[in-house]
Design a protein around this ligand. Structure first.
Ligand code: HEC
Length: 196
């Protein structure tokens, strides 16, 4: 009975929280959080109920005790994983790791000050002017040299910039991309290929 009362009080507090948590408090419980904490409270209440029932306590054997620990652990982890799949607010991690595209990684290579691309090249009006504007390089690259694909031209521009010098520019681009790993180079090319 005491468990039920506590659970009801906690859940009421959770749902009334917007009334007494002012904005300055810095903590606001949105709907997904309230649902999460409600389910969590119900779940915790259920576990306490299980643990207090005579069948479980005192534990009859180490095996039962171990079984319960595993069950509680498995159920909590499973529950949280399930919740993170259902609620968009909990998909933080998968967003950061799983959905990073090669082009996004390539942009990071491009923006790396050690590479210095932006010192000479501009993309969407930010960057230097000593090299050609790259805002639409994917549309230009395929036309630069007879019989050379966009990707082939980009690769050559990065690894051997002096092989073909864009008219009205000086042959000053350093072969910095030679320092990149094969994967980073592919990412960088994927990024440049996305600039249509
Ligand atoms: C010191 C200045 C400088 C730096 C740093 C530099 N570039 Fe260049 N880049 C140039 C110049 C100048 C050209 C045009 C002459 C040529 O083709 O070599 C050029 C040409 C290019 C081209 C071909 C452009 C076209 O219109 O055909 C690409 C692609 C390119 N650079 C990408 C990069 C990337 C990516 C980086 C960073 C890894 C980088 N550049 C770093 C100066 C630079």
């Amino acid at each position: 009975m005491r468990i039920i009362i506590s659970v009801v009080i906690v859940i009421t507090l959770i749902w009334l929280s917007p009334l007494f948590l002012s904005d300055e408090f810095g903590l606001r419980l949105g709907l997904p959080y309230r649902v999460f904490f409600t389910l969590f409270t119900l779940f915790a209440g259920f576990l306490f109920y299980l643990l207090r029932s005579p069948a479980m306590s005192p534990f009859k054997s180490t095996k039962t005790a171990l079984g319960i620990v595993v069950l509680v652990f498995g159920a909590s982890v499973g529950f949280i994983v399930l919740l993170s799949a259902v609620s968009p607010q909990f998909t933080f991690e998968s967003k950061a790791t799983a959905t990073v595209t090669p082009a996004e990684r390539g942009k990071a290579v491009y923006d790396d000050p050690n590479m210095g691309c932006f010192l000479c090249h501009a993309i969407n009006k930010t960057g230097g002017t000593r090299g050609p504007d790259l805002s639409h390089i994917a549309s230009v690259a395929g036309e630069r040299r007879q019989g050379m694909s966009t990707e082939g031209y980009l690769k050559e521009s990065l690894l051997n910039p002096g092989e073909y010098v864009v008219p009205s520019y000086d042959n000053i681009m350093p072969p910095v991309a030679q320092r990149l790993s094969a994967e980073q180079l592919d990412d960088l090319i994927a990024y440049l290929s996305s600039l249509k």
